[in-house]
Design a protein around this ligand. Structure first.
Ligand code: C5P
Length: 232
């Protein structure tokens, strides 16, 4: 294990750190929406930012439950990991993991799934091609934000935007009913999607706070510290 993971695991065992005694849920990674048993629709999320956030929270002593879609990188050591495939499975696992003191929704959940995915492999037929019809997936962040009882005290979402980042993210915070939104510009030129760095703006009820460009691990540390302050 990496030294930081050893520190995090030791702190978690010792019940040390500002988040000791707090349970925090983190969703991460892409979802896979089946077309048939062997094919699926996915997105380019690597799971890097969500994994870093889970590691940072655990490093501050939180009990972390990490609900992850099929990501490129392994989850942090020493925390509870729930692996899911589709958005609907992610919602189910998220609800099963509650109650929690805070919930961070870093997953890149597919907006749509294939309506009536086939339980048999679709065959290639001469001249014919399947026409895929879609239906909307549940919005996990909005569902948890709107819980009438047992809602986590702090609900944090992400907004990956390519234009009018702050305006869109501010509107998204309202629409989803979450407390904070971490907004980032994922235009290809930024190299953020799939890269090591991130440039985010934290949007709360008090306004927007722009953070300088830093590594995803640094974003995670800063967010974890903010969460610790908010829950204190
Ligand atoms: O609407 P949009 O996908 O841009 O919202 C992004 C935020 O909402 C992220 O925090 C993401 O994890 C969450 N989300 C979700 N369930 C969905 C879609 C997005 O939890 N079906």
């Amino acid at each position: 294990a990496e030294p930081l993971e050893i520190v995090a695991a030791a702190q978690a065992r010792l019940g040390a750190g500002p988040l000791a005694g707090k349970r925090v849920l983190v969703t991460s990674g892409p979802t896979h929406e089946p077309i048939d048993p062997v094919r699926y629709i996915a997105n380019r999320s690597s799971g890097a930012q969500g994994t870093a956030i889970a590691r940072a929270l655990s490093g501050l002593g939180a009990e972390v439950v990490f609900v992850t879609g099929p990501a490129d990188i392994p989850p942090p050591e020493g925390i509870e990991v729930v692996r899911v495939g589709s958005a609907r499975e992610m919602l189910e696992a998220t609800q099963a993991a509650l109650p929690a003191d805070a919930a961070i929704f870093a997953a890149a959940v597919a907006d749509w799934r294939v309506k009536s995915a086939s339980d048999r492999k679709l065959k290639k037929t001469k001249g014919g091609m399947p026409a895929l019809e879609f239906e909307e997936n549940p919005d996990i962040l909005a569902t948890v934000s709107g819980m009438e009882s047992g809602r986590p005290a702090l609900v944090v979402g992400f907004a990956a935007e390519t234009d009018d980042v702050i305006d869109n993210a501010t509107a998204k915070r309202q629409r989803k009913g979450c407390d904070w939104i971490l907004a980032n510009d994922v235009s290809p030129a930024t190299g953020i999607m799939g890269g090591q760095e991130n440039a985010v703006t934290l949007i709360t009820a008090d306004g927007a706070e722009e953070w300088p460009r830093m590594t995803k691990a640094q974003v995670a540390d800063r967010l974890a510290q903010k969460i610790a302050d908010a829950l204190a």
